[in-house]
Design a protein around this ligand. Structure first.
Ligand SMILES: [Zn+2]
Length: 303
């Protein structure tokens, strides 16, 4: 779609929405990523009067995602918008900036700054992939619960109960993962993927993380990045490198080919879900399922 036309539509919709009488009366929470929508669904479990939707489906890259005309309408129509923030949704910042009067929450920005990983790749100066640290994600989930309780006070106690049980599940999974990763020898705990989505996972479970593309997928990688990474893989004797569901596979396959040229070999360890959930009916269709699936994939390939 042409940029100018798009901007006009956005302006019209923004204008229309400032009239409260034109807002839909049904309750809607609109989230950017499926990871966030999954948390909101858990918090609103049993509350059928509220519709929860995600703009980005399985396999969608949030760094590059641009809101469509339909998305803008959905956002305008929402009671509450929940997004990750920390510039994860890099192409939507301008739009969110224009939606001053709208009720919004940047869930990851509720996490104390000193617990975030610094990154010069984002205007926020922090790595936005906080969901791979389960303790940090629990803080974001708690912030979502607070915001939902504020928005729907009649449901506050039910949301509070859901929050308590969901946070317990997150905590239990963290305990499980801490044990599973011990199957991988310390020397083999190196996680190589197309982009640096797993720094939080690495910090939490003791993996060194190397990405080809830097933290955002919008930065390009070059031949030198491929050959540097291939040399590292070869020298360290790393067993497997990983593709990601929301990133084209060619980047990581180029590294595999370069390792072969050096006379070595490295396996493709399988597909990791980094910035998007898997399909709704698959094992990675929920946040907890995605994290569990990833960890199993990593451990099976590197142990
Ligand atoms: Zn990412």
């Amino acid at each position: 779609m042409k940029q100018g036309y798009f901007a006009i539509i956005a302006t019209l919709l923004l204008g229309a929405c400032s009239l409260p009488s034109q807002r839909s009366t049904s309750n809607k929470v609109v989230c950017t990523t499926g990871i966030i929508a999954d948390a909101v669904q858990e918090l609103l479990k049993g509350q059928d009067s509220i519709r929860v939707s995600a703009l980005m489906g399985p396999g969608v890259d949030p760094h590059l995602y641009k809101a469509s005309q339909g998305d803008i309408k959905k956002l305008m129509d929402a009671d509450l918008i929940i997004y990750n923030g920390l510039h994860l949704e890099g192409k939507m910042n301008e739009l969110f900036g224009k939606m001053q009067q709208h009720n919004k929450l940047a869930a990851a920005e509720a996490i104390p700054k000193e617990r975030l990983i610094n990154s010069s790749n984002f205007a926020s100066a922090y790595d936005p992939h906080v969901w791979f640290d389960l303790e940090l994600w629990a803080i974001a989930v708690a912030a979502m619960a607070d915001k939902l309780q504020e928005q729907y006070p009649a449901l506050a106690s039910k949301i509070g109960e859901n929050e308590e049980s969901y946070l317990k599940e997150i905590n239990n999974l963290h305990d499980t993962l801490s044990k599973i990763v011990l199957q991988v020898a310390q020397k083999q705990r190196v996680l190589i993927t197309a982009h640096d989505a797993f720094e939080y996972f690495g910090r939490q479970y003791g993996f060194q993380v190397r990405g080809l593309q830097g933290i955002s997928t919008s930065s390009e990688y070059g031949i030198r990045d491929v050959s540097n990474l291939a040399q590292f893989v070869h020298q360290q004797g790393i067993k497997a490198i990983f593709i990601e569901s929301s990133i084209p596979k060619r980047a990581i396959k180029a590294v595999q080919a370069a390792v072969q040229e050096l006379g070595g070999s490295v396996n493709l360890g399988g597909e990791l879900y980094s910035d998007a959930l898997g399909s709704a009916d698959g094992p990675a269709g929920t946040y907890l399922g995605m994290v569990r699936t990833n960890t199993n994939t990593i451990v099976e390939a590197l142990k």
